[in-house]
Design a protein around this ligand. Structure first.
Ligand code: MOS
Length: 706
């Protein structure tokens, strides 16, 4: 295998040239079928009924009147549902969220907990009956109030899914005492929702003795494994497909609608679909926890950091522990004699939060990169120069060498293109009529990983090639990206490649998350394709069944040298603040990334821009309100929960500097999540520069600006 170090020093090109999505025509003509679109003969429709109380017990479910309604086939609830097995560890290495144990007891731990499923011949009948279903509760007092250090706050002990909750290097208090310049500030971010364009939906049917499911998810193998466990089936008896998925962002894991569809299909012995409304996705599909963060930075007068202390708190449910790794980014970004990061939790009567694009890094980078800007101001240094002075030689906490690190190259290129050199560092000096103008910058970092994956590449007798890999294209263009990786390895035109993805009957591969998809799948596909090319070069012709090569990256990944491996980036934003109304407008944004070798520049740029757009949304708009009295969300839809729309988003440019992972056969790192990391901080820093006022609580609403 040729490694990247062996290649000549000529600039490394992207994998492929800008290539439109191979399924683009299907999508824009409506031919692409999503999980809620697929026709099944004899399909029945399920509608979930969610708890209206935030804590208590179900006293009665009045099924009789509803069963008499037109078309109604069944009402499933805790009194009649088949038993599920919930005591298992999923392939993600964690126990399932207890909400997947659908209708297994009468307890209600939060508002929005699924309490019943009404199944009818038609979706309208199911919905009407579900809305008519009377559920009586014995209410208990609930508590949904999140705040920093409130009673019940704790530091999780032992290993957690994000490693130890507290990491300490050096003596933070001593370094703080010795610091000439100190920033000590509190930041908060609100509850935020994934809001994928396509709401979750699943259809399940029994095909002989196999459970056959179409679902909108980020990993068919993951979901099939969970279903097999829940229903005590052989893994081989479950097939899950998700051919087209309209956005995931971390929310499209195994979710209750899928369990409901499988349960109803089993009970009724006919195909059943359960599609969620937008409102139901707010209750059932996870969210980004609100955070309360404290950042303490201590530095010498020249800006060199002595201590970086980042303490973060998020909420979780009473049912399941979820930790938002908000304090993690500082462990990689800056050198300091002492590093301390702490993650605290508080359990409330709310649904369990979940991964949401750049979980941890997104809210955490807002706090850290705002604090770094505050430190630059206190030291009288340009914020980029401050970062230059704190650039580490190796992982500041891990001590490991960087696989590659081109963060300063991102800042240099970004500063040049943004016109940073002309910036007057003084805040509040640029005016344009009633607008105050300012610019800001922030760093981005996201860890690079890969998951073991298998792939098959077949040379067909007709001269085409078939790639089989259990990837999911959640809207990123993954199908196209992998085809380009295969085409490069085979040295053939991309239009000769046919892709088969998103089917749990394919052999195992990484799920579409953690910014690891393209790297994990690309590794497996390039290995199989490279070997196939060598085999074809030996000649001998292609038999009717084709020539197939299989790959498995498990061993190669196991042998990978331990390094600090991350993608990096630098954001630049210009904000205009209306000093009469408090309105903040982002005028332009530029992101420069060092994120490994780029695959398909067209869709890669879209990924970065999508993340940055979400950064605008996070900085200025997104905020869900949980009502203390009811314990439920207020305005849980896209009218009440504003996501940045076209009018909120200016010209955004995203580009990259050369950066290749020296240990990946294609040079890939990952780009899925880094676009949002630091984006909100760059905007908040621009708002400070425009006004001279720090905004430490997101979103930066007009009422907070005034
Ligand atoms: Mo992502 S939050 O790993 O889908």
């Amino acid at each position: 295998m040729t490694t990247v170090q062996d290649t000549p020093a000529a600039p490394v090109r992207a994998v492929g040239t800008g290539h439109a999505r191979v399924e683009g025509r299907e999508k824009v003509t409506g031919a692409a079928r999503y999980a809620a679109d697929l026709p099944f003969a004899g399909l029945a429709h399920g509608w979930l009924v969610l708890s209206t109380v935030a804590r208590g017990r179900i006293r009665a479910v009045e099924t009789a009147p509803v069963l008499a309604m037109p078309g109604v086939l069944a009402v499933l609830h805790h009194g009649n549902a088949p038993r599920l097995e919930t005591d298992f560890t999923s392939i993600m290495g964690q126990r399932p969220d207890p909400v997947l144990g659908l209708f297994q007891h009468d307890r209600v731990p939060y508002a929005g907990w699924p309490v019943a499923l009404v199944v009818a011949e038609r979706p309208e009948q199911a919905r009407e009956a579900a809305e008519a279903l009377a559920v009586e509760y014995d209410r208990e007092p609930h508590d949904v109030a999140f705040s920093a250090g409130r009673p019940g706050t704790y530091v999780p002990e032992g290993p957690t899914p994000i490693g130890p909750a507290e990491v300490v290097v050096g003596d933070a208090e001593a370094e703080l005492a010795a610091s000439a310049v100190v920033v000590d500030a509190d930041y908060t971010t609100p509850e935020e929702y994934h809001s994928a364009l396509e709401p979750h939906a699943a259809a399940a049917r029994w095909d002989g003795d196999r459970l056959d499911v179409v679902d909108s998810n980020q990993g068919t193998q993951w979901v099939a494994g969970d279903l097999a466990q829940l229903f005590s089936l052989d893994r081989a008896s479950v097939r899950v497909r998700s051919e087209h998925v309209g956005g995931g962002f971390g929310s499209k894991s195994t979710r209750p609608h899928l369990v409901a569809a499988a349960m109803a299909a089993t009970v009724l012995n006919r195909p059943v679909r359960v599609a969620l409304t937008r409102r139901q996705t707010f209750a059932l599909c996870g969210y980004r926890s609100p955070t309360a963060q404290r950042v303490r930075l201590g530095a010498d007068p020249d800006g060199r950091l002595r201590v970086l202390d980042h303490q973060a708190q998020n909420l979780t449910s009473t049912e399941h522990e979820f930790i938002e790794a908000s304090a993690a980014p500082g462990r990689t970004l800056y050198r300091a004699a002492a590093h301390r990061t702490v993650h605290r939790l508080v359990r409330l009567d709310v649904p369990t939060p979940a991964w949401m694009r750049a979980p941890g890094e997104a809210p955490g980078s807002f706090a850290l990169e705002s604090a770094i800007d505050e430190l630059a101001e206190k030291c009288g240094l340009d914020p980029i120069e401050l970062r230059v002075r704190n650039e580490p030689e190796a992982g500041p906490v891990s001590g490991l060498p960087f696989a590659s690190r081109n963060l300063l190259a991102c800042f240099a290129e970004g500063a040049r293109r943004f016109g940073w050199a002309d910036r007057d560092p003084r805040p509040g000096v640029r005016r344009e009529g009633r607008w105050s103008l300012g610019t800001g910058t922030a760093a981005a970092v996201f860890p690079v990983v890969a998951a073991p994956s298998t792939a098959e590449v077949t040379a067909e007798a007709d001269g085409s090639f078939t790639v089989r890999i259990n990837a999911v294209d959640i809207g990123t263009g993954a199908r196209t990206a992998i085809a380009l990786v295969a085409a490069e390895a085979l040295e053939v035109a991309p239009d000769r490649i046919r892709m088969h993805i998103a089917d749990s009957d394919l052999s195992p591969a990484a799920f579409a998350g953690g910014s690891m998809g393209t790297r994990s799948w690309g590794w497996a596909v390039s290995a199989a394709a490279g070997e196939l090319k060598e085999r074809l070069a030996l000649g001998g012709g292609i038999p009717p069944e084709g020539v197939t090569v299989r790959s498995d990256t498990t061993k190669a990944l196991g042998a990978l040298a331990q390094k600090e491996r991350d993608s990096f980036g630098a954001h630049f934003a210009e904000a205009a603040v209306d000093t009469a109304t408090g309105e903040v407008r982002v005028r332009r944004m530029l992101g420069i990334f060092a994120a490994g070798r780029i695959v398909n520049p067209l869709t890669a740029r879209s990924q970065f821009i999508g993340g940055m757009t979400w950064g605008i949304s996070m900085a200025l708009h997104e905020e869900a309100f949980r009502d203390a009295a009811s314990g439920g969300l207020v305005g849980a839809d896209l009218a009440g929960y504003h996501v940045a729309a076209n009018a909120d988003v200016p010209l955004i440019e995203a580009d990259w500097v050369e950066d290749i992972d020296p240990d990946d056969p294609v040079g890939i790192k990952g780009i899925g999540e880094i676009g949002i990391v630091g984006a909100a901080a760059a905007i908040a820093n621009a708002v400070w520069h425009a006004t001279g006022v720090r905004h430490r609580h997101l979103p930066i609403r007009p009422d907070r600006v005034l």
